[in-house]
Design a protein around this ligand. Structure first.
Ligand code: GTP
Ligand code: MG
Length: 135
């Protein structure tokens, strides 16, 4: 079994997709280990997206993630990391995410793509430590 860090980003919360995203996680068979609705500090946002620090969209991404409440979750199950990436769909909600995925069904723009999911076991360990240091 494996754990992954999921964020329902501020656009997903503002648009009312918290229940929809959690329902899809549960229907897939993944378990919820931790869940918190919260505002994100700039420090946590920068650390979370540190791999993108040199990208031109980094500043607007940090502003977006800190701009309103989000829901952070830890999910668990067999191949949870890949399983949630499958549910989310590709980063670009129009060009890459298939219909039937969260992004493919509910998003139009790359930055406003509703959810985040860890992309590897190393990322998951780092991100769970960042968002849920007590786990
Ligand atoms: P996350 O699960 O959020 O990490 O998405 P991802 O792994 O599918 O994509 P990636 O890690 O490459 O990018 C992280 C986030 O940065 C994306 O989810 C988008 O919100 C944003 N992003 C990525 N590429 C672009 C871009 O070209 N322009 C803008 N404005 N935002 C981008
Ligand atoms: Mg990523």
């Amino acid at each position: 079994t494996e754990r992954s860090l999921v964020l329902i980003k501020p656009d997903g919360v503002a648009r009312g997709f918290v229940g929809e995203v959690i329902a899809r996680i549960e229907r897939k068979g993944l378990a919820l280990v931790a869940m918190e609705h919260r505002l994100t500090t700039v420090a946590v946002a920068k650390e979370h997206y540190a791999e993108h620090a040199e990208r031109p969209f980094y500043g607007s991404l940090v502003d977006f993630i800190t701009g309103g409440p989000l829901v952070a979750l830890v999910i668990e199950g067999p191949r949870a990391i890949a399983a949630f990436r499958q549910l989310a769909g590709g980063t670009d909600p129009v060009e890459k995410a298939a219909p039937g995925t969260i992004r493919g069904d509910f998003a139009l723009e790359v930055q406003f793509n509703i959810v985040h999911g860890s992309d590897s076991a190393e990322s998951a360990a780092r991100e769970i430590g960042l968002w849920f240091p007590n786990l």
